[in-house]
Design a protein around this ligand. Structure first.
Ligand code: GDP
Length: 344
């Protein structure tokens, strides 16, 4: 047996010190114990085999107590004021008797250790409140992996009694789609005075938004923000009506001056009322759950396929054959899939 296998075997049986039983975590989470909640999330984020087993057991058992929050996705380019907004919004929600969990999906935490969302000290005041729970972004090799961890963390937070979950991401890539796929209401923060292109916001992201908030509507910026609000409101009308039956709204806010914050919550509540009445809320949640399973199947299949040494070797040969026109790309793909099917 070579060293790699010995190490893998040790990893499989390795159980970090201080781990409790699944029941202890579950009981703690259901009682709203923040320390045990955090420790359980650490297990969800761990890549150790023993932790993966423990994590599955915890998530499976808290499932009946999860799902009772309003899940809000928040996106916008770096500097738009996401953390300032979430701090103001979170504090407002707490005055409304809510308990708020704040999670993030940070695409920069994949592969590189860099982090757009997590590094600075953010939301300090909110972090000190008992009714708020802030968890920095999980890291991982794939967006799918990170989204899994955040999704399961969300379920744990709900089981621990947080009734609003805010999931933040940076509006520059694929991560918004992941956040949109796990939330009920999608909020896009924008700035006035910069075109969509300048802000790097793609049309697809605008299309996902249930609400656009033009932030930094204060001081000299108030008039520009109002103009931007009208422009975006007109732009959103062009998009086809969403299946939810909700027409996206555009408003202005100043996160730093605490203006227009309560209005955002009012809109979320209006949305919730509408989608509860017309059945979309449940339909969408069900759809998201099923989609979550398929995303995992797709990822696992890819991992199985590309992780196989034989397949990797054969792919190299096929690549060479394609560039020398010995085989067509379509035939090459078929050939390797046939070989893969034989191996399973
Ligand atoms: P993030 O990168 O999207 O999380 O943005 P931050 O919340 O860190 O804010 C970026 C900068 O914009 C900071 O200097 C904030 O103080 C400032 N900022 C955030 N919200 C507002 C606002 O409503 N008005 C003004 N004038 N500045 C703001």
């Amino acid at each position: 047996m070579n060293f790699k296998w010995i190490r893998l075997l040790l990893m499989k049986n390795y159980k970090p010190k201080g781990r409790l039983s699944a029941k202890q975590y579950i009981d703690g989470i259901l009682k709203g114990d923040r320390v045990l909640l955090s420790r359980a999330i650490t297990i969800i984020e761990s890549n150790l085999e023993s932790d993966k087993i423990l994590a599955k057991e915890i998530v499976q058992n808290i499932l009946p107590n999860a799902g009772n929050s309003i899940r809000i996705g928040i996106t916008g380019v770096p500097g738009v004021g996401k953390s300032t907004f979430i701090e103001a919004f979170g504090k407002y929600l707490i005055t409304q008797g809510k308990r708020v969990a704040i999670l993030s999906i940070d695409p920069s935490s994949q592969r590189s250790k860099g982090s757009i969302l997590g590094d600075k000290t953010r939301m300090e005041e909110l972090a000190n409140l008992q009714e708020a729970y802030i968890r920095p972004s999980a890291s991982g090799d794939t967006l799918g992996g990170v989204a899994n961890k955040t999704g399961e963390t969300m379920l744990l937070c709900e089981a621990a009694g947080y009734d609003v979950v805010l999931i933040e991401t940076v509006g520059v890539g694929q991560s918004e789609t992941a956040v949109h796929g796990m939330t009920d209401f999608f909020l896009l923060l924008m700035l006035s005075g910069a075109g969509d292109e300048l802000q790097g916001i793609k049309k697809g992201i605008m299309e996902m938004a249930d609400m656009v908030v033009i932030n930094k509507a204060d001081g000299d910026n108030i008039r520009m923000s109002e103009m931007a609000r009208l422009q975006y409101q007109n732009a959103l009308h062009i998009f086809p009506q969403s299946e939810s039956g909700w027409s996206p709204v555009v408003s202005t806010a100043s996160a730093i001056k605490n203006i227009g914050i309560s209005n955002v919550w009012d809109e979320v509540l209006k949305f919730k009322h509408l989608v509860d009445e017309n059945g979309y809320f449940e339909k969408n949640r069900n759809h998201q759950q099923i989609q979550w399973m398929y995303n995992n199947i797709n990822e696992e299949l890819k991992r199985l396929f590309y992780g196989s040494k034989n397949i990797a070797d054969e792919l190299k040969n096929l690549e060479a054959d394609i560039v020398t026109s010995k085989i067509s790309p379509v035939k090459a793909a078929q050939k390797i899939i046939e070989e893969f099917k034989k191996s399973i």
